[in-house]
Design a protein around this ligand. Structure first.
Ligand code: PBG
Length: 325
């Protein structure tokens, strides 16, 4: 149909018509809220580059979990920011480590809430890389050995979902085998399948204390210029037994989310990362953007691109905005 017989504006005339033809519905069910857990008690340390976000001690993490539950947010993802680091990141598989303790406490207080644990090493290594360094690069297979230990320790602590994030080859199959052997065949894996070597993780590096001492992550995270390769990574992870597929970051990679959505029938998650959050907050602070509209438009765009789930620091404020309608 052509103009003037067809006029697309007819269906935009009133709010009820617009509601009736709206294609993408953003709901709180899609949100996963990230938390950074630090040692101590009754401690909250605001993260300068992420206004509104803080590093929190285990007891405060429980309070955050309760707040999320009250808002209807179904899930949290936890990152540990320990004061003990070594060359291989062995604190990551300490059964009494920060995220393990936080998981036990949160599951006790909020059994229905889903706790996702990021299985990686960069918060736990002195050099800030995501595994065991050999000759200046992360050694894939040595890192897998340790990753299995992390996944098991996290599952033992009661994690509902394990999310390996280091982009090691074969990491999904490896975690699946380890979990199954350990009696955790019921614990799903959320694979950071297409994770790019992105500058948009900048603020996270402050939040999680993971600034690299040397080098870069381009030998394991993906080149931002590559799209087909994302499909290859996703296909491999699905074949190895991933239960969820993740694309990260989200906003500069909406095309990748859309392609991945077409390619797999697994739930797709997208990580609306720290730098995306920081950009929006900075512009809103200067009065350059309408904050609330920018939050909802951003999250809706990620959903429209094809993500079922969104890991986002906006989760709590977006839940409040959606409630207001
Ligand atoms: C790695 C990890 C990172 C993020 C989540 N998991 C950092 C990295 O790979 O450099 C980034 C999340 C964000 O920027 O919000 N453990």
């Amino acid at each position: 149909m052509q103009f003037p017989e067809y006029r697309p504006r007819r269906l935009r005339r009133t709010e009820s018509l617009r509601r009736m033809v709206r294609e993408t519905l953003l709901t709180v069910d899609s949100f996963i809220y990230p938390l950074f857990v630090i040692p101590g008690k009754a401690t909250r340390k605001p993260i300068g580059s992420m206004p509104g976000q803080s590093q929190v001690s285990v007891d405060e993490a429980v309070a955050e979990a309760q707040e999320c539950q009250a808002l209807g947010i179904p899930a949290l993802i936890l990152f540990g920011v320990p004061d003990k680091k070594d060359a291989v990141g062995s604190e990551a598989w300490n059964d009494d480590g920060l995220v393990q303790r936080a998981t036990r406490e949160i599951k006790r207080a909020c059994p229905e809430l889903t706790v996702v644990l990021d299985a990686c090493f960069d918060e736990y290594t002195t050099h800030g890389h995501c595994g065991v360094m050999v000759d200046g690069d992360v050694d894939n297979d040595a890192t897998l050995e340790n990753l299995g230990r992390v996944a098991l320790s996290q599952a033992k602590a009661g994690a509902d979902v394990i999310a390996p994030s280091g982009m090691m080859d074969g990491f999904v199959g490896w975690c699946r085998d380890q979990l199954d052997e350990g009696g955790f065949e019921h614990v799903p894996i959320m694979a950071y399948s297409a994770k790019y070597a992105s500058c948009f993780y900048g603020p996270f590096r402050e939040a999680a204390g993971t600034a690299n001492e040397f080098g870069h992550r381009r030998t394991y995270q993906m080149d931002p210029a590559n799209g087909h390769e994302a499909i290859r990574e996703v296909t491999m992870d699905a074949a190895e037994g991933a239960d969820f597929i993740m694309v990260k970051p989200a906003l500069a990679y909406l095309d990748v989310i859309a392609r991945v959505r077409d390619e797999v029938d697994l739930p797709v998650a997208a990580y609306n990362v720290s730098g995306e959050y920081a950009m929006l907050k900075a512009a809103a602070e200067r009065g350059w953007l309408d904050h609330d509209r920018a939050v909802l438009e951003t999250l809706t765009s990620i959903k429209r691109a094809g993500a079922d789930l969104i890991l986002t620091y906006h989760a709590k404020e977006a839940a409040v905005l959606l409630r207001k309608g």
